[in-house]
Each structure stands twice: as structure tokens, then as C-alpha cells.
Design a protein around this ligand. Structure first.
Ligand code: ADP
Ligand code: MG
Length: 243
């Protein structure tokens, strides 16, 4: 079995670019450790996500959700199989190309927000734009627009410690959208929030997927959030099944 797709399957997708999925995951295998101690987190996970979809990824704790998101986001490379983002096979990229893809094409939202404590909300949102050397004026405008989008226009100057958990996650979502990514990856984004705040954050994700035309893959095991997704996938025994 070869891990590369044949030219034929590539050609089948080449016709209409709008029909091409934003994300294609093919036969991913990933394990940790070796020998009898090895944990097989993924055993042939495959699925595709179309442009503009909000897809929820459920699965019990330890089912491989984080592993899968890391492989899709290029934070780790699979032992077998491949990830194709917007027609680009991640395994064919060099280190600097992968870095650029992570910076420009993917937005990450983590359970623990991941904001930089000494920066204000506005400065945190502006970090990806600085990394891309976006000019001052354009940066200021985009940051203001993003903070308004997530309902935090009046909180630009506050640091993370001066914001609630829900507000911090809104800042993180704004930051993840800064570079207009093709794909937003969120790993249990409501895991540290109470139920009502978590629902509000998920509703925000739902709204930005519509308004920003972004595509999102959200790992969650919160049943009240699954209803907001266009589609639910489940990780079970290292494979992805339609939920
Ligand atoms: P989830 O996010 O669904 O809880 P993970 O992807 O974090 O699942 O973990 C899948 C499996 O891989 C679990 O059994 C976990 O213990 C194991 N695992 C994850 N990361 C590591 C690691 N860095 N080293 C060893 N085992 C790991
Ligand atoms: Mg996890």
C-alpha cells in the first residue's frame, strides 16, 4: 500500500476548485511510545471537510482528538497517511513552508486560551499580523474590526487577567481569525468555561464561520455544542466515523 495518492485521484479533484474540500485527511496513523507500551492514538483516520463547514469532532477523553488536530495543524507529522489542506499535502512542505502555512492558513484556538499575559487584548489579536509584517494602519483597523466581531470592542486595552474566561476565549478566536485562515482548529475551546459561557463561545464560532467564510473543525465532548455544528464526526478506536 502506498501512502501517496495516485495521479488519477488527484485529477478527479482538480476539475472545480470550489468542489475541492478545504481539508482532506487520509489514513492517518499515529502512536506514542514503542513496543508493548505503545499507545495507538490514530489507526487510519480519514475524512474531508468542505469549505464553510463547521464540523464538530467528538470522542471520549483519550480518543485522539488533540493528536488529530495537531497533525492537521502541522504541529506534528503522522507516522502514516496524509493531510491535504487547500490542495497542499503537508508532508511535502519543508520546515519554513510549514511554518508559513501554520501562520497564514490555519487559526488555532486552545482550551486554555493561550493569550500572552503582558499584552492587551488588542495586542494579542495583532500578534499574527505582526508576524506577517502587516503595516501599522492595516493592523490597527483589522484588530478593531476583529474585536468588534467578537463583541469586545470596549475591552481592547485590557490584559488577559482583567478579562473573564469567556472574554479571553473571544480574544483567542479573534486572534485565530486575524490572518483570514482557510481553517480554524479549536481544541475543546469551551472546556474551561461554564455551560452558559461555553455555549456563547460556540455560538460565536458558529457566527464567524458564517460571516467570515472560514471553515472550522472543533473538538468537543460537550453535547450541548454538537447541535450547532453542520456535521458531527466521532473518533472511535482511532478512526473517524460520521456521528
Ligand atoms: P483526546 O484529545 O481525545 O483526549 P489525545 O490525542 O490527547 O486524546 O490522546 C490520545 C491518546 O494518546 C491517549 O491515550 C493519550 O494518553 C495518548 N497521548 C497523547 N499525547 C501523548 C504523548 N505526548 N505521549 C504519550 N502518549 C500520549
Ligand atoms: Mg484533547
Amino acid at each position: 500500500m502506498t501512502e501517496k495518492t495516485s495521479p488519477a485521484s488527484g485529477a478527479a479533484l482538480a476539475g472545480d476548485p470550489s468542489e475541492r474540500p478545504v481539508l482532506r485527511v487520509e489514513g492517518l496513523h499515529h502512536s506514542y511510545g514503542a513496543g508493548t507500551a505503545a499507545v495507538h492514538a490514530l489507526r487510519g483516520a480519514s475524512f474531508a471537510v468542505r469549505r464553510g463547514e463547521l464540523v464538530a469532532l467528538k470522542g471520549r477523553s483519550g480518543s485522539g482528538k488533540t493528536t488529530l488536530l495537531h497533525l492537521i495543524g502541522g504541529l506534528d507529522s503522522p507516522q502514516r497517511g496524509r493531510v491535504v489542506l487547500d490542495g497542499t499535502d503537508l508532508s511535502e512542505l519543508g520546515e519554513s513552508e510549514l511554518l508559513a502555512l501554520r501562520r497564514d492558513r490555519i487559526g488555532f484556538v486552545f482550551q486554555s486560551f493561550g493569550l500572552i499575559p503582558i499584552l492587551t487584548a488588542a495586542e494579542n489579536v495583532g500578534v499574527p499580523l505582526r508576524l506577517r509584517r502587516t503595516g501599522f494602519r492595516e493592523r490597527e483597523e483589522r484588530v478593531a474590526l476583529l474585536l468588534a466581531l467578537v463583541g469586545l470592542a470596549g475591552h481592547a486595552a485590557q490584559r488577559p487577567a482583567e478579562l473573564s474566561g469567556g472574554q479571553q476565549q473571544r480574544v483567542a478566536i479573534a486572534r485565530a481569525l486575524a490572518n483570514r485562515p482557510a481553517l480554524l482548529l479549536a481544541d475543546e475551546p469551551t472546556g474551561q468555561l461554564d455551560a452558559a459561557t461555553g455555549l456563547a463561545v460556540m455560538e460565536l464560532l458558529r457566527a464567524v464561520v458564517r460571516s467570515e467564510g472560514v471553515t472550522a473543525l472543533v473538538a468537543t465532548h460537550d453535547p450541548q455544542l454538537l447541535g450547532l455544528a453542520d456535521r458531527v464526526l466521532e473518533l472511535s478506536d482511532g478512526e473517524v466515523v460520521e456521528g
